[in-house]
Ligand binder design. Structure first.
Ligand SMILES: Cc1cc2nc3c(=O)[nH]c(=O)nc-3n(C[C@H](O)[C@H](O)[C@H](O)COP(=O)(O)OP(=O)(O)OC[C@H]3O[C@@H](n4cnc5c(N)ncnc54)[C@H](O)[C@@H]3O)c2cc1C
Length: 382
């Protein structure tokens, strides 16, 4: 019987396990949390509302392959995500767009700047804040400085405890300034949420009797490696594929140093009212210690409940007992990661997959796409 070991039951590990089992592999899936799903885990709260335990997760993708794959395991309803940000006491669209401009600037000034932006970039353009700040027109520069301070500066300090310039340029580019009145957060063709939730979708992906899942189990208590490229499972040499989706520094017992992460704390509150805020996510770039307030019922498409659940999201250090949510996107960290990845190449049956093992800011669809490709390459080789 062909066998494989998969460490981590997040989307990367679950997709890998599903594809391997489809090909007749007996899969040992090991997860240290008491549940499957990794960071997309959701659950019904006391109020009966689907809550997301590890922060707001909104599905969006340009990939038809990923969408078709997931539709085998869940029904979806269309959900177009929008975000507001509290700036100078007003709630305005984020990413900052022409509507945000009208809401925050006096009418005449807003009209002049709008015209200048349209002349410079054209309607619909998406401009990274770093590029907007380089515009030679002084009115646009003034706007760029305003947006930089009110949307990026303090938010980035709260989120990363760093200035935007200290992080890789793509961090700022993820939330561009949008020269348009459209308020959607994403522009992907498919934007939808699983009707029964992500956990149920993951459950269905693991239905094969060939997949054996063990929860609350640190796989590194069972897996060991020697210096000659051999891996061992429960003390026995193992030559089967080992798909690893945890932190790479941890797999190598931090021999080369620790890879930095940022973590989050969530404060969940149930409120005896139908609705707390008009949309799912409101950002607080400037005031408060939290960066966002999430109201979960907006992600379910169901509004009939008389109560509502919200969560305050607080960025924090990745200390003992915390979850490694975000790899810190800086060159020196990527360089350290590359050293670990080089070391991993000495182990022919080890495959690194997912956000932690690849130390990448992957969205859900990117993780699934990468897992589908990696496993089909593996199967093609055998
Ligand atoms: C706050 C937040 C919001 C996000 N919002 C979105 C969004 O809106 N849209 C979107 O597309 N993406 C979003 N993402 C990204 C999304 O969470 C990831 O793309 C996806 O969940 C990554 O899946 P993964 O399997 O790679 O990692 P994870 O979900 O982290 O899964 C890894 C699993 O491995 C387990 N593990 C690690 N080490 C061991 C070990 N030694 N033994 C056993 N198990 C182990 C962990 O417990 C975990 O369950 C968000 C991420 C965060 C942090």
């Amino acid at each position: 019987m062909k066998t494989a070991i998969v460490v981590g039951a997040g989307l990367a590990g679950i997709t890998a396990a599903q594809k391997l089992s489809d090909d007749g592999y007996q899969v040992e899936l090991l997860e240290e949390r008491p549940h499957i799903g990794g960071n997309v885990y959701d659950f019904k709260s006391d109020a009966g509302i689907l809550n997301q335990k590890y922060g707001a997760h909104i599905f969006h993708t340009k990939s038809r392959t990923v969408m078709e794959y997931l539709k085998k395991y869940s029904d979806f309803f269309e959900y177009r995500h929008k975000v507001l940000g509290e700036i100078d006491g007003k709630l305005v669209p984020i990413p900052f767009n022409l509507q945000s401009l009208s809401l925050l600037f006096p009418e005449k000034e807003a009209a002049i700047i709008r015209e200048l932006l349209l002349q410079s970039y054209g309607y619909g353009a998406k401009i990274p804040i770093s590029d907007l700040r380089k515009n030679i027109n002084c009115e646009i520069q003034k706007l760029a400085d305003f947006i930089y301070e009110k949307v990026f500066l303090h938010y980035t300090e709260k989120q990363w405890q760093m200035k935007l310039e200290e992080l890789d340029p793509d961090v700022g580019a993820r939330v561009p300034v949008v020269i348009s009145d459209e308020t959607g957060y994403f522009d992907d063709e498919y934007q939808c949420m699983p009707i029964q939730g992500f956990t149920e979708m993951c459950n269905r992906m693991l239905q094969s009797p060939l997949i054996h899942t063990t929860l609350a189990c640190d796989a590194l208590d069972l897996i060991s490696m020697d210096a000659s490229g051999n891996m061992y499972f429960k003390g026995e040499k193992c030559e089967c594929p080992v798909i690893y989706t945890g932190c790479l520094d941890r797999l190598f017992r931090y021999q080369l140093g620790t890879l930095p992460y940022r973590s989050l704390d969530f404060e969940y509150v149930e409120l005896p009212k139908g609705e707390y805020q008009s949309i799912g996510v409101i950002n607080y770039p400037n005031e408060h210690r939290y960066t966002r307030i999430i109201e979960f019922k907006h992600f379910t498409g169901k509004y009939d409940n008389q109560s509502t659940d919200i969560a305050y999201e607080y960025p924090c250090n990745f200390d003992d007992g915390k979850i490694p949510y975000y790899p810190v996107p800086q060159k020196k960290n990527r360089d350290l990661y590359d050293k670990y990845a080089k070391r991993a190449q000495a182990y022919p049956n080890l495959i690194l997959l997912g956000r932690l093992a690849e130390y990448k800011y992957y969205n859900m669809d990117q993780v699934i796409s990468s897992a589908l490709k990696t496993i089909s390459q593996l199967l093609g080789r055998r």
